[in-house]
Design a protein around this ligand. Structure first.
Ligand SMILES: *[C@@H]1O[C@H](CO)[C@@H](O)[C@H](O)[C@H]1NC(C)=O
Ligand SMILES: *[C@@H]1O[C@H](CO)[C@@H](O)[C@H](O)[C@H]1NC(C)=O
Ligand SMILES: *[C@@H]1O[C@H](CO)[C@@H](O)[C@H](O)[C@H]1NC(C)=O
Ligand SMILES: *[C@@H]1O[C@H](CO)[C@@H](O)[C@H](O)[C@H]1NC(C)=O
Length: 206
């Protein structure tokens, strides 16, 4: 009697369908997959709510005052810029913790200025009026020659760059710091204040 009974259990295991007992590895995989899907959906929803849009920068006006180049090629000038910064985001505010503006001509920096830190609310347009002075900035001989030619032709082609350390603010949450680089080129400035300025749209890179 014992003989045939004992042989039964030994023949049972092979008949079990292999899927009925999922291995621990399979469980972990399924949990991980669900986890990833939930996180993905959460990120998607957050993104849809916040819907970040790029920042918009333009140079609305630019003038040069007190332009003078000394005999040893040192430049004096005041660059008067009107810069418009538009935060078109519905949910995102911006902390500008530091910002500097530099003016370039022919790959040489002519002048720079710091802008004091400010907060830009969502959907806010901020206009920055900045007077940036070049005080006896030494010019390379070739640059001085070119810029003197431009002076007589009546207009000069500049590049204006803004660099800022920013943080994004959504509700009460502040992001880490990001570097923002704004590049406005070419900025054609007329020496005669009567000639109207053509607005320049800048490239913004965060
Ligand atoms: C430039 O500066 C020199 C010396 O300071 C002065 O004599 C000259 O009139 C100035 N030129 C202009 C265009 O302001
Ligand atoms: C430039 O400005 C400096 C300081 O303000 C002054 O000493 C110098 O004479 C100026 N140079 C010219 C060419 O105007
Ligand atoms: C620069 O422009 C602003 C606004 O247009 C004006 O208030 C300021 O006096 C100007 N600065 C100079 C040096 O002309
Ligand atoms: C943008 O924010 C600045 C500073 O808070 C404020 O002075 C300005 O009026 C705002 N502009 C608009 C269009 O809301």
């Amino acid at each position: 009697m014992a003989g045939p009974n004992q042989s039964k259990p030994s023949s049972n295991p092979p008949r079990l369908p292999p899927q009925s007992r999922p291995g621990p590895l399979r469980c972990i995989c399924i949990i991980l997959l669900l986890f990833i899907i939930v996180i993905g959906i959460a990120i998607l929803i957050t993104w849809l709510i916040i819907r970040p849009t790029p920042l918009d920068y333009t140079i609305e006006d630019a003038k040069i005052h007190n332009f003078n180049i000394s005999s040893n090629n040192a430049l004096n000038a005041t660059f008067n810029l009107t810069i418009k910064s538009y935060n078109n985001n519905h949910k995102v505010g911006l902390w500008y913790d530091s910002m500097d503006i530099t003016i370039w001509y022919d790959k040489q920096m002519l002048a720079f200025a710091d802008v004091s830190p400010f907060f830009q609310r969502k959907r806010n347009e901020t206009t920055l009026h900045v007077d940036i002075g070049a005080m006896a900035t030494p010019l390379m001989t070739s640059v001085a020659k070119k810029i003197k030619n431009d002076r007589s032709s009546g207009e000069v082609e500049l590049v204006v760059k803004l660099n800022a350390r920013i943080r994004f603010k959504v509700g009460a949450i502040k992001s880490k710091h990001y570097e923002m680089a704004v590049d406005c080129s070419p900025v054609v400035v007329h020496f005669s204040p009567a000639t109207p300025f053509d607005r320049v749209h800048c490239d913004v890179d965060v």
